[in-house]
Design a protein around this ligand. Structure first.
Ligand SMILES: *Cc1c(COP(=O)(O)O)cnc(C)c1O
Length: 428
């Protein structure tokens, strides 16, 4: 089935997924265990092709993709302009060591620093690695530049910062820590929006406060602006660095190039990954100029960070986003999408809240909503959850009104049906 030609895939496009029970990976179908570690709970779909907002599975079924690889393919699947730059670079130079100058890094760093409050950029390969770099930079700034014994990072409950040992310790969710003890020292987590708890957590060893502007994995929860202002004030008062994790919220997703720009604040450090390179693996840690000397030669490194290939894709992605004013588009389309959802679900008491920023949108339900995601797949729409009760919609930033109309029709119908069933069960 995976040998289908393009024409065959196209001719089958739109066919509904009817019977996939018991399929999955070929190995599983043959009764053997997959050679891949089972660390992901995977949906029973194998995606093999994508274009714009659409993806196809190995059976030729076509889906409207409102996941974008979890906020990664923000220019849509296989964006042509970026693809052309990638192909050019493939014929030119893939990789050289960071022992040499890499002109693509300066290009990307200039684009990002000209469009943000940051002055310096470090190149790595993922969100977790970017957050590790942020934590390391904060510690080293205090210890080497300021000469003080500060190392502790304060984070918030329901946050998500990654899966390395340090970043899962920073993450405010118990489930990512189970079975991985002992955790590294130097982290404290306090409830979000609890100012007294935050103040109480700050001590002589505190180096930084780290947070997301919208807790995406934690249920699409926006940080209250007043609380954010209080965090900024506490950082100033105690000499702490403010680290904003923009791995999911960055690169136009929320309606500004970086989500912190909605609030008029300037973090000392912020991190990027998901949407930065259209699906090519890359992460970035950005910081203010006064942090520059904390990462002196030899202090931190990454073999694959900012290769010629990665920086070509990043530069093309960023340039395309700026040229086509995609953050603004995300803002407009986000308003359109949430407006339609609110209209269609106004009478549905199963829906507790519809919220979001730009095209990072959450629908909070009264009870676990994972089954709605599975039902959506059968109707040809892909979306995900954010915690058990919240449905999360993350279309690419070029998504059209027609595609949004289609998706909202499917989602609202599914929720209405599911709500009726849930009510039926309660009353019977
Ligand atoms: C996805 C994510 C990460 C981790 O990124 P990886 O590339 O998977 O390591 C960190 N922080 C936030 C907010 C994320 O959404």
């Amino acid at each position: 089935m995976s040998k289908l030609t393009q024409a065959e895939l196209d001719s089958q496009a739109g066919a509904q997924q009817t019977d996939t029970a018991g399929s999955g990976t070929p190995d599983v179908a043959a009764g053997k265990l997959s050679a891949v570690f089972p660390s992901y709970a995977r949906y029973d779909i194998s995606l093999v092709k994508g274009k714009g907002t659409w993806v196809w599975d190995d059976k030729g079924n076509k889906y409207l993709d409102f996941t974008s690889g979890l906020a990664v393919t923000s220019l849509g699947h296989a964006p042509e302009k970026v693809g052309a730059k990638l192909k050019d670079q493939i014929d030119t130079l893939w990789h050289v060591s960071n022992l040499f100058h890499i002109p693509g890094q300066d290009r990307v760093a200039n684009l990002l620093t000209e469009n943000s409050c940051a002055d310096q950029v470090f190149f790595c390969n993922s969100g977790a690695e970017a957050n590790e770099a942020a934590i390391k930079l904060a510690r080293r700034y205090h210890q080497k530049i300021k000469g003080v014994d500060r190392y502790e990072v304060i984070t918030f409950e329901q946050s998500f910062h990654g899966r390395t040992l340090a970043t899962l310790t920073a993450t405010g969710q118990q489930k990512v820590k189970e079975g991985f003890l002992p955790l590294p020292a130097g982290f404290k987590t306090v409830p979000l929006h609890d100012l007294p708890a935050l103040e109480a957590a700050i001590g002589g060893h505190t180096a930084a406060i780290m947070l997301e502007m919208v807790l995406a994995e934690g249920g699409v929860l926006e940080v209250e602006p007043e609380f954010l202002n209080a965090v900024v004030a506490l950082c100033k008062k105690h000499g702490l660095l403010l680290i904003v994790d923009e791995v999911q919220t960055g690169m136009g997703r929320t309606g500004k190039l970086f989500a912190h720009q909605h609030y008029g604040i300037e973090p000392d450090i912020f991190t990027l990954a998901k949407g930065i390179a259209s699906g090519f693996p890359a992460g970035l840690m950005l910081g203010k100029g006064y942090l520059r000397d904390a990462f002196s030669p030899g202090s931190h490194a990454s073999t694959f960070g900012g290769t010629p290939l990665a920086t070509a894709v990043m530069a093309a992605t960023i340039e395309t986003m700026l040229e086509d004013e995609l953050p603004q588009r995300a803002e407009e389309m986000g308003k359109y999408l949430t407006g339609l959802l609110k209209e269609k679900l106004a009478d549905c008491s199963f829906v507790k809240d519809i919220r979001g920023k730009g095209l990072l949108i959450g629908i909070e339900c009264q009870s676990p909503a994972g089954d709605i995601v599975l039902a959506g797949q059968k109707k040809g729409l892909l979306f995900v959850t954010a915690g058990p009760n919240v449905l999360r919609l993350l279309p690419n930033l070029y998504v059209s009104k027609e595609e949004i109309d289609q998706a909202v029709d499917i989602v609202s119908e599914l929720i209405h049906t599911y709500a009726k069933q849930a009510n039926g069960e309660v009353s019977s």
